[in-house]
Design a protein around this ligand. Structure first.
Ligand SMILES: [Zn+2]
Ligand SMILES: [Zn+2]
Length: 396
């Protein structure tokens, strides 16, 4: 593995110590008070001008080179999950039932380390560097809230980059994708209304359970018969609830699930297809239904130029052969970095953090999740190089 890292042993041990402190002190979305204070204190110490309490617990730091040039934004998410940690580590979560099971502790630690190292060289650069520590990524849309509170303005952000440590890729690799990298997330709740009655007299009823089952089956055609097979989408019914007794035909049934897409075009079209299939399937059986269809986030789409830029830098750091740009570096999970990338060009990329020989293979959100900390200096190096290349003195 040819890894070009420029980090002192002291900075590396600080990077790991910070990650472990954050891991021990995980906080749920919009409650990241301790993490926020920890970050704000360090950034102030490094000489950044900071703003706190953005989107409740977010922190934004600015370094102004006082030379004209673009504004670059680097983003790390801060929140943990309502998962009870099952790892036995010396730095296991001390907040019972809450765990950094997605790697956001690593994201904060990497951005802090990059901030520290960059603070020494920003005077040689042009433009401005904005560091964004964002709360509430896990189903909180903290990115959107930060945008509403002006994080992309004053100074106006020209490009945005973010990392996700990724246990789907081995440590020493980096995943960079052109275009869509993570999916949109929609949530649906359907109430199917029939007419209840005696289990022995179906002709007097409209069976909500049968209608719900038909809807589940029909929903399988949303992707298989409506979506271009070269495009990607998922429809999952995650919950079905109806009926109480063996001899009663249920009056109502409840379905709940998620719809995900990759392309912006499909993201626009899919609610109509979904509504058509559900409504008409119910109607065919004489049932009625109410659909609550919520959009929780658009697809995360990388700008091609920015993805190429990151790919080039990642190749310098881990070697060209370790930069992955195929489906191993894409997922139908959602990510609210999407909101930033829908507004400014940028790239969200994966830094491989899985290590089979150390047993670090558990997936994100697992109570056994942990990542190889050797991934952290790789992420830091890439963040540093993105900054120095993007804010090169005299070239912009
Ligand atoms: Zn997650
Ligand atoms: Zn995450």
């Amino acid at each position: 593995m040819s890894i070009a890292l420029d980090i002192s042993p002291l900075d590396k041990s600080e990077l790991i110590a910070n990650r472990r402190w954050l891991h021990q002190n995980p906080e749920l979305k919009f409650q990241e008070h301790k993490s926020s204070c920890f970050i704000a204190e360090k950034l102030t110490e490094f000489g950044y001008k900071i703003q706190t309490n953005i989107a409740k617990t977010g922190v934004v730091a600015l370094a102004d080179t006082m030379r004209p040039g673009p504004t670059l934004m680097l983003r790390a998410d801060m929140d943990a999950l309502p998962v009870k940690e099952e790892n036995s580590l010396d730095y296991v979560s001390t907040n019972n039932g809450v765990m950094h099971a997605c790697g956001h502790d690593g994201h904060m630690a990497m951005l802090l380390s990059a901030a520290k190292q960059l603070s020494k060289i920003t005077p040689e650069l042009s433009g401005k560097l904005k560091l964004v520590f964002q709360p509430g990524e896990e189903g909180g849309n903290g990115a959107l809230r930060m945008i509403e509170e002006g994080v992309l303005e004053s100074p106006k952000v020209d490009a945005a980059f973010g990392i996700h440590l990724w246990n789907g890729l081995p440590v020493g690799t980096v995943g960079v994708i052109n275009g869509p990298v993570m999916a949109s997330v929609d949530e649906f709740n359907i109430v199917v209304k029939g007419r209840g009655g005696h289990g022995a007299m179906p002709h007097q009823t409209i069976d909500a359970i049968l209608a719900a089952c038909q809807i589940v089956t029909s929903l399988q055609t949303v992707v298989s018969r409506n979506v271009n097979p070269l495009d990607s989408a998922v429809v999952t019914v995650g919950s079905i609830r109806a009926g109480e007794a063996f001899n009663v035909i249920a009056e109502e049934a409840f379905l709940r699930g998620t719809v995900r897409t990759f392309s912006n075009e499909l993201y626009k079209e899919i609610p109509d297809i979904f509504n058509r299939v559900v409504t008409h399937t119910a109607a065919a059986l004489g049932a009625e239904c109410t659909i609550k269809y919520e959009r929780l986030g658009p697809p995360t789409i990388n700008n091609l130029t920015m993805a190429d830029f990151v790919r080039q830098i990642a190749s310098e750091v881990v070697g060209k052969e370790n930069v992955i740009s195929d489906d191993r570096a894409r997922t139908m999970a959602g990510e609210d970095m999407a909101y930033f990338l829908a507004r400014v060009p940028g790239c969200f990329f994966f830094v491989g953090s899985q290590n089979e020989s150390k047993g670090l293979t558990h997936p994100h959100h697992s109570p056994f999740f942990n990542f190889d900390e050797e991934a952290l200096p790789i992420g830091v190096e890439i963040l540093k190089r993105i900054t120095t290349n993007f804010l090169k003195h005299g070239e912009k």
